[in-house]
Design a protein around this ligand. Sequence first.
Ligand SMILES: Cc1cc2nc3c(=O)[nH]c(=O)nc-3n(C[C@H](O)[C@H](O)[C@H](O)COP(=O)(O)OP(=O)(O)OC[C@H]3O[C@@H](n4cnc5c(N)ncnc54)[C@H](O)[C@@H]3O)c2cc1C
Length: 405
Amino acid sequence: MKDEEKIYDICIVGAGFSGLVLAIKLARAGLLVCLVELNRVVGRRILSTGNGRCNFTNSRMGKDYYYSESSLDFIGDTHESLRTFLREIGVIDKALDGYYYPFTNQAKTVRDSLEAEINSLGVTVLLDNRVTDISKGDVFTVTTNRDSIKSKYVCVASGGLSAATLGSSKIGYKMAQKYKMHVTKLAPSLVGVLSKDICLKELAGVRAIGNVTYRDHSCEGEIQFNKDGVSGYPVMCISRFIGFDELDKRLSDIKLDFTPYMSEEELTSEIRDRFSSNPRATVESALLGLCNEKILSIVISYSRIYGDTAVDKLDDEDIANLVYNFKYFSINVTGTKGFDSSQVTAGGVSLQDIDTNTMESKTCKDLFFTGEVLDVDGICGGYNLTWAYTSADIAANEILKRYKN
Ligand SMILES: Cc1cc2nc3c(=O)[nH]c(=O)nc-3n(C[C@H](O)[C@H](O)[C@H](O)COP(=O)(O)OP(=O)(O)OC[C@H]3O[C@@H](n4cnc5c(N)ncnc54)[C@H](O)[C@@H]3O)c2cc1C
């Protein structure tokens, strides 16, 4: 229970991964910490991460895996530090091709271990409390729908707008604006994209390896075709750009390369070889194995060729059309599936207004911001939880330095 007269050393808005990490680091050093959370449990989002397995970090780290309008030169490699932190609270991990998960394969292990640690450290946790305002006098007053908390420092770790059912609000952006900080445009990222293209009727349910390109952004991996659009790792990775273009009403098509293992020239000569070695074969059987069978049918029909045509009836133009449709298959996108379906929010509180050595606001002393609320978003693969950790770690180091002084 909260003591009405108490002045906490720090009040943290949001008990997500970032807020929990910060609370633990500061409470371990003896600071009086109050964690305020709108959900009835802490770390609810963590349970949904990595399809319930929590892919919390990656051995390939650095600023190149992140996006922001500002410089990210300050982002280093914190994946070992995060592993050590989780190991200290009992989470044993395992790596699959550089992607780290708890050994139990259960995101619940991570959430429960964080919760056990804040409980054993005596952190005050106010659940079912929605922060509505942060004001500054001699100390801060954090107002919620039920309470008012006084503290010397405040950290806003309230996350983004994604997956609202797991707990989200605009409080971080509103408070940033209240203290004259800039909030960049916000778009859903790591999300499926929508399309009304007729080919999806036939391709719905297909999963196939390919390369997805949107403008000058490309990513390779398993593409999933649904009746209302496309998703899967490579689509998710480029989705932030579609999200921003949707806002600006300047959407472009995505291009799919169904034979990413071959260049255009190699594919042309592969097709020629197949056709000349078996001139009586139908085009469908001659091209079998180049990609998923259903995709192959679509590529052939989009090249204006019947699948049962004998290959000796095809000319150079037909081959060029086939190669084009294998390598640059176009899907007209109408937008993303939106914030509710997205894993992360691209954009946020501008790093121009944050001292990235400390995570403190440049316009309001002792007010810190960490995690997804900031204008930093990572690709799939543990990068967003690592950012939530990294920013909390930077803030914790600074607050501890000041506390010691
Ligand atoms: C389905 C899904 C799968 C994902 N998988 C992965 C993955 O495998 N790996 C990875 O790295 N990332 C993954 N992410 C992204 C990752 O979960 C987030 O980037 C990360 O959790 C952000 O941490 P955070 O602490 O900044 O914000 P959050 O985890 O969003 O925490 C913010 C907290 O603040 C609370 N809050 C908000 N407003 C208020 C308010 N007004 N008052 C009080 N409390 C408030 C929220 O309820 C929430 O608990 C996934 C996301 C989703 C949705």
